[in-house]
Design a protein around this ligand. Sequence first.
Ligand SMILES: [Zn+2]
Length: 55
Amino acid sequence: MRCPHCHAAVLVEIGVTLANGQFTMHSCPSCEARWWDLNGEAVELARVLTTVKAA
Ligand SMILES: [Zn+2]
């Protein structure tokens, strides 16, 4: 995977297991973009936060 913003190949990935799946936070050290996915599908941060509150 590459950063969708600056196309850097080196990314930081942090996995978080919640009640409804495996979230991964991707962070780009080059441009500081951040995004999330749930079980491999991109999700909005708002949805992640909703899930965290519900858990
Ligand atoms: Zn980037």
